[in-house]
Design a protein around this ligand. Structure first.
Ligand SMILES: Nc1ncnc2c1ncn2[C@@H]1O[C@H](COP(=O)(O)OP(=O)(O)OP(=O)(O)O)[C@@H](O)[C@H]1O
Ligand SMILES: [Mg+2]
Length: 266
């Protein structure tokens, strides 16, 4: 059963504008099907965030896509006009960032931020999504400014902003590294439940193989700008091939990761 991919990244190359020989992302290819959950792992600096930003069309202006293509539902996004790209971001693609404070507007209440830029959103939609992300008092939170919330609540507000439009793909770039472990678990669970219910595909960056085991259908492993390993989660975690993946697995709580894979298979 081969579904048309939602997203197809084909031989993507990203370089600095002033040094096209430096391939920060080098010949990266992968596909994501509707509703699929894909984990992106790899050591610091391996190109995970640049891959995510390329898909969003939000690369630093000092960088550019110099090779390959990013195809969204059959349409090349690399050739899109900025207006076409913005339309896509407004309705079909969302991203959750590592540090919500840098992504939230400090001067605008959360209700307005959640609604901003998304067509046709009503007050009751904002209150509903706030309650869906676990806010006990949606009315109060909608009126709150970002600095009035705890870190976990800000991350939930970011997820509300990302999910209000019921996107086809949510990209989450290490959304929980700034949170403590119990909050991290709740936020991941929330992302999992919401994407599952809305049939939103998920591309998420993490260093935690326990999280990969629980959340991902497939894993991509990046190393020095390249995808060096890719496969079904259970296959990659039970029999890693690339030395980096082996090291990562050895350094993680291997027993826990394996147990979780086995639980998923039951
Ligand atoms: N604006 C930029 N200009 C020049 N080089 C950059 C820029 N942004 C990132 N890089 C370089 O590109 C490489 C990949 O960066 P990227 O942020 O994608 O890594 P990452 O895999 O997300 O790492 P981490 O796990 O630390 O977040 C790194 O070597 C980084 O130094
Ligand atoms: Mg990164």
């Amino acid at each position: 059963m081969q579904q048309t991919p939602l997203l197809s990244v084909d031989n993507l190359v990203v370089t600095p504008r002033n040094d096209p020989s430096l391939r920060l992302v080098n010949d990266v290819s992968f596909q994501i099907r509707p509703g699929e959950r894909v984990a992106l792992v790899g050591e610091s600096g391996s190109g995970k965030s640049l891959t995510c930003f390329s898909v969003m069309g939000l690369l630093d202006p000092a960088l550019e896509v110099t090779g390959g293509d990013i195809v969204w539902q059959g349409r090349s996004t690399v050739g899109m006009t900025p207006a076409e790209h913005r339309r896509l971001l407004r309705t079909e693609l969302s991203m959750v960032y590592q540090e919500p404070l840098t992504a939230l507007n400090p001067l605008m209440n959360l209700g307005r931020q959640i609604r901003e830029g998304v067509p046709g959103v009503r007050d009751e939609d904002v209150l509903r999504i706030l309650s869906e992300v676990g806010m006990r008092d949606p009315q109060r939170v909608a009126k709150a400014m970002p600095h009035e919330l705890s870190g976990g609540m800000r991350q939930r507000a970011m997820i509300a902003m990302a999910m209000i439009k019921q996107p086809r793909l949510l990209i989450a770039d290490e959304p929980t590294t700034a949170l403590d472990v119990t909050i991290e678990y709740q936020v991941l669970k929330l992302m999992y439940e919401l994407t599952h219910r809305m049939n939103t595909a998920l591309l998420f960056v993490t260093h935690d193989l326990g999280v990969v085991a629980r959340l991902a259908d497939r894993v991509l492993v990046m190393y020095l700008g390249e995808v060096v390993e890719e496969g079904e989660t259970a296959d990659v975690l039970s029999a890693p091939v690339h030395p980096y993946t082996k090291r990562l697995l050895a350094a993680s709580s291997l027993a826990t990761a394996r147990t979780l894979v086995l639980e998923e298979e039951d």
